[in-house]
Design a protein around this ligand. Structure first.
Ligand code: ACO
Length: 332
């Protein structure tokens, strides 16, 4: 018997969706470089790509967007459920519970035909923004805003969250963040979903497992922790001592390191550029200076060099979300 910590030497399957070269820092979705997609595509187009293993024609994209938009709203029962959740609940717990609850009003929950699974996938994808925005408005004591089916998913999310039409830079930044997070091979949350679905359970159960896994601070929950960390550092001049103290106390620098990338996470490079576009509108986030200094200190320290620890996607994304006014517990 051999205990394989972190499944280090075990391949549980191969993903046809993402290609990742962790040494070279390359991420491709179905053969297309993530940088190309972040520059030239939209989230909806990327979803089509991932689900169909090819890009859509213009007509196919339009019809896919129509299908997604038809599912933007929540039923009155789901809205009632959202309103009844304690306002101090964490948004990720709310998301996990609500994704799970979507099964309760789907009579085809156990139908595993491809057609039914596709319909469920559209349902969950399209309703997730309404769940997140709706809960945040409930806890702020505000009326819920109806989705606007004339808007793409990123713009509609910001519209439902803030009740005002977002600027182009903000909407595009969310669109790019969604593209960058759309797939990542068999990562921890996908693996969790695969374990659940492999028992022939249903898609809602699998996605509930995935959301529960994603919220962990070593996975998707890292971006919230990065913000706590950057705020706690205090200033540019404190960065060096912060890093030294963290190493001495053996505490991890959040937003650094990755299971697969042993070089710069390509998504972090794109996020950094996107942040610049957002800051042109919102004004510079003063924490950027601390983040960049932290990167500089870490990347010149032998501890990080020897272990190939570089900023990951979560290191800079939190600065965008904060500049756009999101509460920290909503970053993930
Ligand atoms: N800060 C300091 N040291 C670190 C860090 C870090 N962020 N990450 C790894 N290390 C060290 C470990 O202590 C270990 O050192 P050792 O060899 O002296 O014991 C070595 O690097 C290898 O660590 P592992 O945990 O084996 O590396 P693994 O590849 O399994 O971990 C992980 C990847 C979990 C992402 C890790 O780097 C981490 O905890 N990072 C911080 C959390 C984070 O940013 N997560 C987001 C990832 S991106 C995403 O999920 C969307």
């Amino acid at each position: 018997m051999h205990i394989d910590k972190g499944l280090d030497n075990t391949i549980i399957g191969e993903s046809r969706k993402s290609f990742i070269d962790g040494q070279a820092g390359i991420l491709e979705y179905v053969g297309i470089d993530i940088d190309d997609l972040a520059r030239n595509s939209t989230f909806e187009e990327v979803v089509f790509l991932l689900w169909n293993d090819r890009l859509p024609t213009a007509a196919e994209l339009e019809s896919f967007e129509t299908e997604l938009r038809a599912e933007y709203s929540l039923s009155s029962e789901m809205v009632g459920m959202l309103k009844s959740i304690p306002h101090d609940a964490s948004p990720m717990h709310v998301l996990r519970s609500m994704v799970s609850s979507l099964a309760l009003e789907d009579p085809d929950c156990n139908d595993q035909s491809l057609e039914s699974e596709r319909r469920k996938a559209i349902r969950v994808l399209s309703k997730t923004p309404a769940i997140i925005a709706g809960f945040d408005r409930c806890r702020r004591g505000l009326e819920l805003i109806d989705p606007d089916p004339s808007l793409n998913m990123a713009t509609n999310f910001l519209w439902m969250l803030n009740g005002e039409m977002p600027g182009e830079a903000s909407a595009r930044a969310i669109d790019v963040c969604l593209i960058l997070h759309a797939d990542h091979g068999i990562n921890a949350s996908t693996f969790a979903a695969m374990v659940t679905i492999a028992t022939q359970s249903d898609m809602y159960s699998a996605l509930t497992s995935a959301v529960g896994t994603l919220r962990g601070p070593l996975h998707g929950g890292a971006n919230e922790r990065v913000m706590h960390m950057l705020q706690s550092i205090g200033g540019h001049d404190e960065v060096e001592s912060f890093v030294m103290n963290s190493l001495e106390n053996k505490t991890r620098i959040m937003g650094f390191g990755h299971r697969v990338y042993k070089s710069y996470d390509p998504r972090a490079t794109i996020i950094k550029k996107t942040a610049d576009e957002v800051f042109k509108v919102t004004g510079m986030n003063p924490l950027l200076d601390i983040a960049m200094k932290l990167e500089e200190v870490a990347l010149s320290d032998s501890y990080f060099i020897d272990r190939n620890l570089y900023p990951n996607v979560d290191f800079y994304s939190d600065l965008i979300y904060e500049a756009m006014g999101f509460p920290m517990d909503m970053f993930t």
